[in-house]
Design a binder for this molecule. Structure first.
Ligand SMILES: *[C@@H]1O[C@H](CO)[C@@H](O)[C@H](O)[C@H]1NC(C)=O
Ligand SMILES: *[C@@H]1O[C@H](CO)[C@@H](O)[C@H](O)[C@H]1NC(C)=O
Length: 291
């Protein structure tokens, strides 16, 4: 008995300490402290002590926030309420990107629309500088009426994009089949709003109506409780949280993902025969084993 309780002591202590750290970090999101406004500084308005931020697009500029920390793997969550009413030509985004010539990047880009017409969610994944992996979705809710949680989970096994906890896209680590997967380059987290009227709304046919500016998107509840923070000096990362590093799609996740694909997918590069008349990219055709 005595031997047992002694042996259990250290484990119990570790659990308690880990729980305390997680609890502190979980409630501790702050855009003002954790991000730099790297573009359009005046159009990033921090509120609620930095826990919320409004990014504004007007005729002069948009705005972009970049996380001070870099991460090598992580689960990145935040809540966004998109531009209300007329939003054609605007793009509101949340993404991770390594920068560099052969960059890795995972994108959520919300393409605005004329008043009353739905937003289009454009996603893309770059690995080792190669992108062209677009998937687009319509949403099953009005993203301008309230906040919704958008998440990027990135671990050595897969990248999963979630909306309110529902997986909408998976990019598996298929390095074994010669498809580059991001595992080496630390990323910054970005949030931005910008004008892309040349291509965004209905293929660029609808232009931004500047008489309706400023266009405002609101972000809150940035959460990187579960992530590995990159330490450039040490050339290594410090990881926090448990479980997420080995998280993969289970049976229920595939069921819900297929529900999204069947009902809300607007475009999939892996199904675009016009674009790939001879051969789809490797990750579209290799036996990816949906298990
Ligand atoms: C952050 O996310 C983790 C799980 O990924 C969760 O346990 C925690 O409650 C979240 N914190 C906040 C403030 O939402
Ligand atoms: C805007 O609305 C039209 C009509 O419903 C739709 O076809 C389009 O995908 C929507 N989004 C964009 C960005 O054009």
């Amino acid at each position: 008995m005595r031997g047992n309780s002694l042996r259990w002591w250290p484990a119990a202590l570790v659990v308690v300490v880990a729980a305390a750290v997680t609890a502190a970090a979980a409630g501790d999101h702050n855009f003002h402290r954790d991000f730099d406004a790297v573009w359009g500084k005046g159009n990033a308005r921090f509120q609620d002590g930095g826990r919320m931020v409004e990014l504004t697009l007007d005729e002069q500029t948009g705005a972009r926030l970049q996380s001070k920390d870099r991460f090598l793997f992580g689960r990145f969550d935040l809540e966004i309420k998109l531009v209300r009413g007329e939003s054609a030509g605007t793009i509101t985004s949340f993404y991770i990107c390594s920068g560099g010539a052969r960059h890795d990047e995972v994108d959520f880009e919300f393409l605005g629309n004329v008043s009353g017409e739905p937003y289009l969610l454009h996603t893309n994944i770059f690995s080792d500088g190669k992108g062209e992996r677009e998937q687009q979705f319509v949403l099953w809710f009005d993203p301008t009426a309230d906040f919704h949680t958008y998440s990027i989970l990135w671990n050595p096994h897969n990248i999963i994009l979630y909306i309110d906890g529902t997986p909408i896209r998976v990019f598996k680590n298929n390095e074994a089949y010669g498809v580059a997967f991001p595992t080496r380059q630390p990323v910054h987290v970005f949030a931005s709003i910008w004008n892309a009227e040349e291509w965004a709304t209905q293929g660029g046919r609808v232009k931004t109506d500047w008489s309706r500016a400023p266009f405002v998107a609101t972000y809150r509840r940035y959460n990187v409780t579960n992530a590995c923070v990159w330490d450039a000096t040490a050339g290594a990362s410090r990881c926090a949280g448990g479980g997420w590093m080995s998280q993969r799609m289970d049976w229920w996740s595939w069921m819900t993902l297929n529900w999204v694909r069947m009902n809300y997918m607007a475009y999939d590069y892996c199904a675009d025969r016009k674009r790939f008349p001879h051969r789809f990219p490797a990750e579209c055709i290799i036996p990816i084993g949906r298990t």
